[in-house]
Design a protein around this ligand. Structure first.
Ligand code: FES
Length: 177
């Protein structure tokens, strides 16, 4: 083989090698791009799935339709709680709650931690309101809505049932968070 032919063959070999390296690099770039795209797709998909899966809980909570199962718990005998009186109990579990037999004869119950900074609220029968003494927060005893002072949110409502003179707590409803 002439020197010139040898040179050409060596040049072709080297340029073939460079071409292979270039293709390898391009494939690696494609792989990286594909992996990045796949990762982003997975991350976005997971975020959307997580968001979608939590929305119904938020909506249900806002509408007071939580499907949490609450126990039925005996609170007291109605005959032991005359009009104008209140008593505390725990519901659900260890959450403080208050049962009020209002001066008008209504029976209502709420979790009693003030929605401002969690001090306990009391029934003030003279004014027929629930009072939080910490910062003079007032709640309407009929529905637990804040009516005066710093609290902005309603007290969680404890659903009650009266059967054969016994008052039971049977559920809890959050109205606005
Ligand atoms: S904690 Fe009830 S008003 Fe502040």
């Amino acid at each position: 083989m002439s020197k010139c032919k040898k040179e050409n063959a060596r040049f072709r070999k080297e340029s073939d090698k460079e071409m292979i390296n270039l293709v390898d690099n391009l494939n690696q770039d494609d792989d990286m791009r594909f992996n990045r795209r796949a990762f982003l797709k997975t991350a976005v998909g997971a975020s959307v799935a997580l968001g979608v899966s939590t929305v119904p809980f938020g909506v249900r909570a806002m509408m007071g339709l939580e499907d949490e199962d609450y126990e039925r718990v005996e609170i007291t005998k109605l005959s032991d709680l005359p009009k104008g009186e209140s008593m505390t109990f725990k519901y659900p579990d260890d959450d403080d709650a208050i049962l009020v037999h209002t001066v008008n004869g209504d029976l209502v119950a709420y979790n009693s931690a003030c929605t401002h900074l969690s001090c306990p609220v009391f029934y003030q029968k003279e004014d027929d309101v629930l009072l939080c003494p910490c910062h003079s927060g007032y709640f309407d005893v009929k529905n637990g809505h804040p009516i005066e002072g710093p609290p902005q949110r309603e007290l969680p409502l404890i659903e009650i049932k009266v059967e054969n003179d016994t008052v039971y707590a049977v559920g809890r409803k959050y109205r606005h968070g």
